[in-house]
Design a protein around this ligand. Structure first.
Ligand SMILES: [Zn+2]
Length: 146
């Protein structure tokens, strides 16, 4: 039997950090009772980034992007697809590097988009630049053995 895994999920309505079981189908926010959809892309900032990365039992894929970056906009729908497909197995998150310059600096982000994969709070690998979905999935699978 698989061990119950937990993840930190930021409520999109009130920004509460919720600890959720990744196998639970309809978790709700402990504060405002908004339904939390684990198949969506999380937006992370200085307040939430560390908790989600460090306290989630499942890997976290972080898209470092900026609103003015064309390739970033191009891959946004792809990240939403990955979030939906791997709901409960993988957290897909994005960090706006214009708003969160300190996070970007800390991780030495020099190209946009940079897609970094974290497991247990540590960076496993990163991809610089936009990749087509099949290549992105192959890369993910080679790192995570889904
Ligand atoms: Zn809430």
């Amino acid at each position: 039997m698989q061990q119950a895994k937990q993840a930190i999920w930021i409520c999109p309505s009130c920004q509460q950090k919720n600890r959720v079981h990744t196998s639970k189908h309809n978790p709700t926010c402990g504060r405002c009772h908004t339904q939390l959809d684990l198949g969506t892309v999380q937006k992370l900032d200085e307040q939430t980034f560390e908790s989600v990365l460090q306290k989630s039992d499942i890997p976290v894929l972080v898209d470092f992007w900026a609103p003015w970056c064309g390739p970033c906009r191009m891959i946004a729908p792809m990240l939403e697809q990955l979030a939906r497909k791997y709901a409960g197995q993988l957290i897909v998150a994005k960090v706006n590097t214009d708003d969160e310059a300190r996070i970007a600096q800390r991780f030495g982000i020099r190209a946009l988009p940079t897609i970094a994969l974290f497991s247990q709070g540590r960076e496993v690998d990163r991809q610089m630049g936009a990749l087509p979905l099949p290549q992105m999935e192959r890369w993910l699978q080679s790192k995570l053995h889904f």
